[in-house]
Design a protein around this ligand. Structure first.
Ligand SMILES: Nc1nc2c(ncn2[C@@H]2O[C@H](COP(=O)(O)OP(=O)(O)O)[C@@H](O)[C@H]2O)c(=O)[nH]1
Ligand SMILES: [Mg+2]
Length: 656
């Protein structure tokens, strides 16, 4: 035994890693080994993608744990970022495949940047082909600290059947669902084991002079010394230990538990890392919000200080229920202690990311900002009567998901969802159907084309109508002229001698501006000046209404005659990719009528480039899908509107 006391403060761990590395399977295996199993999917080989954080509580050898299973898909990366901001330690789950190391790179970077203590668990060790060293070397290229193997696989025949513990120099055979069984170190692994141990000690000696001296004098340090160094270096982020196993066959799970138990920093250490004062009222931070049918609003929170008791006043709301999640199902508890992740009920006024203190004002703590949207879909209710219900449901979804945005197109009248990709918006629409009974259809959002004119015209509009008693009469002469791009709409009154009386002139201006909202192609007309030069009126038959109609007639004819042209929005797009994909990203943008402006190293991201281009907005709808499919899912982009450009016929006018 390592001699650490039992019954320490609760600790929190997040399982992170690329999609399909086996986080959810590992989550289940860890909880099963701790005697708090969660429901498993009916067909584990066909397990659904994790799209949301999943929290479960358990006790392992007397210690309380909160464990988070994070989604791996890049579209839900914000959930992982939120989890990392909350936990004492992250387990980075990888596969033993060097080619997949690139997908781990952004996570290694996030861990280093946020200074989250972490270890690496190489899962699917049963699928190992070739040497584990290649995977380690590939990962090392992106890791800030040296990666040291704590275990080596034992391969018998074709299969991985157990492991050698590098520190204790003992070998174990995996036994499904049971503790591994001690065995002789196979002679084939002995050389490798010696080498791994030397490497491990070398890495530790870089931060421990006493150990360095022992190594130089060829004295073997005791396992206790090595364990103490590993723990310290993990907390400091100086060395990253690498464990291995197979979640699916429950191999290496107890070994991982042992490492978690021994090396996960305790809550006060994490609070100090975060700069949270040790003294003060009980403090919690919300990292996820869920509207659950039966419990109402649940705010998942980390307890950063003290003990939070049910009924406390937090952030202006009265706490209505504290839930732990044994078996990943909510179970009421009276209080939550520092170090725990719990769900807090009915904090109506508290948003995701906020900190709250019991009965006091809370100090603000950093929380990751949501990434900007990369994909959009317009949504329509199948039944118009559901529109009110939809806006209520969307308000709740926005509260739950900070990576979702909703816009109502001013010109198009569409409701557009903005998010992180097809899967993200797909699950959002599914959630609206499942939780709110809303049937929606989705379509590609309309491109906000505009129009303008290229030629000045002089137009005459005349309304003369005799209906029963008195008639309607108005006569206007207007000039419609193009203005500089971005100058907007202008109305100028140049009438002299009362040809159009003062009181009718505002109606002419309003009607002209109104008529510009829909030009010959069906889009808003921008950057024109309308000048009222002359007109006629009748003392009885003229009215605002009549002048409006006459102006509308003049505008309709005039705009059509003024050499109208479609204007298409052009965005400035910045694509970021690992630099091996830079050329591909450039081709992708050129293929979408993009004008490449250049590329440069992405600031602070060694090995990544940013490509800048001007690209028509019409070409951006599914850019993220193609970009991801060509860059192992790693490429992303951001866009801002740049300018309107005259369309050379590539853009398709709206159907009449
Ligand atoms: N061969 C093998 N497959 C595994 C192992 N762990 C998980 N898997 C499989 O890998 C796939 C993805 O697992 P999952 O836990 O959903 O990955 P996640 O996306 O990281 O949560 C599933 O088909 C699992 O059955 C393992 O140790 N060995
Ligand atoms: Mg998963």
């Amino acid at each position: 035994m390592s001699g650490t006391p039992v019954g320490r403060s609760p600790r929190s761990v997040a399982l992170i890693g690329p999609y399909s590395s086996g986080k959810s399977t590992l989550f289940e295996a860890l909880l099963e080994a701790a005697g708090s199993p969660v429901k498993r999917p009916a067909d584990p080989r066909n397990r659904p993608m994790t799209t949301e954080l999943r929290l479960a509580h358990c006790t392992y050898l007397g210690d309380a744990w909160s464990i988070l299973d994070c989604p791996g898909s890049i579209e839900f990366a914000h959930e992982t970022a939120a989890a990392l901001a909350m936990v004492d330690l992250a387990v980075l789950v990888c596969e033993p495949q060097p080619a997949k190391a690139l997908a781990v790179a952004p996570l290694l970077k996030a861990l280093a940047e946020q200074r989250v203590p972490h270890l690496v668990f190489i899962n699917k060790i049963d699928t190992l082909e070739g040497s584990l060293r290649d995977t380690l070397a590939a990962l090392q290229a992106y890791a800030a600290a040296p990666l040291v193997l704590r275990q080596l696989p034992i391969i018998e025949g074709q299969a991985v059947t157990g492991y050698v513990d590098v520190v204790s120099e003992r070998a174990y055979r995996y036994r499904r669902g049971q503790p591994s069984e001690l065995m002789q170190i196979p002679s084939a692994v002995q050389g490798e084991e010696q080498e791994a141990k030397a490497k491990l000690l070398e890495a530790l000696a870089d931060h421990d002079d006493a150990l360095l001296e022992k190594i130089l004098e060829d004295v073997q340090p005791s396992p206790a010394e090595v364990y103490a160094d590993l723990r310290k270096d993990l907390t400091d982020g100086a060395v990253t230990e690498v464990l291995l196993g197979t979640a699916e066959q429950a191999g290496g799970i107890r070994r991982l538990w042992k490492a978690l138990r021994h090396d996960t920093p305790e809550a006060p250490v994490t609070a100090a890392r975060k700069g949270i004062a040790a003294e003060g009222p009980p403090l919690a931070q919300v990292f996820k919000t869920v509207h659950a049918g039966h419990t109402g609003k649940l705010s998942y929170a980390r307890i950063w200080r003290g003990t939070i008791k049910d009924g406390a006043t937090l952030g202006g709301s009265r706490l209505g229920g504290i839930y732990q999640m044994p078996g990943a199902e909510p179970a009421k508890t009276a209080e939550a202690a520092m170090g725990e992740l719990v769900a807090l009920g009915r904090l109506e006024a508290v948003a995701t990311g906020a900190t709250v203190a019991a009965g006091a004002a809370a100090e603000a703590l950093a929380f990751p900002a949501p990434p900007s949207p990369v994909y959009a879909l317009a949504i329509t209710t199948a039944d118009r009567k559901d529109d009110v219900k939809l806006s209520g449901a969307l308000a709740k979804l926005l509260e739950e998901d900070p990576t979702l945005r909703i816009e109502h197109g001013q010109d198009t009248g569409e409701t557009v969802l903005f998010g992180q990709g097809e899967i993200h918006l797909g699950t959002t629409v599914e959630r609206l159907a499942r939780n709110y009974g809303l049937k929606l259809t989705t379509q590609r959002p309309e491109v906000p084309y505009k129009e303008t004119i290229r030629r000045e015209v002089h137009q005459h509009g005349r309304l003369k109508r005799q209906t029963g008693g008195h008639g309607q009469f108005a006569d206007v002469k207007i000039d419609i002229a193009p203005r500089e791009r971005g100058a907007g709409f202008a109305f100028i009154d140049k009438v002299v001698g009362g040809a159009v009386p003062r009181n009718f002139i505002p109606a002419v201006g309003e009607a002209a501006e109104d008529a510009a909202k829909k030009g010959p192609f069906g889009y808003p007309v921008v950057d024109i000046a309308v000048t009222l030069t002359d007109g006629q009126f009748h003392s009885v038959d003229s009215s605002d209404m009549a002048f409006r109609t006459a102006t509308q007639m003049a505008m309709k004819e005039g705009l059509a005659a003024a050499d109208p042209v479609l204007l298409e929005p052009i965005d400035r797009v910045t694509v970021s990719v690992p630099n091996e994909f830079t050329a591909r990203a450039q081709r992708l943008l050129s293929g979408r009528r993009g004008q490449i402006l250049g590329y440069a190293e992405k600031p602070g991201w060694s090995g990544w480039d940013e490509v800048e281009a001007l690209v028509p907005a019409a070409e951006l709808h599914d850019l993220i899908i193609e970009l991801r499919s060509q860059t192992m899912g790693l490429g992303t982009y951001r866009r801002t509107f740049d300018h309107l450009a005259e369309s050379r016929g590539e853009a398709r006018p709206r159907a009449a």
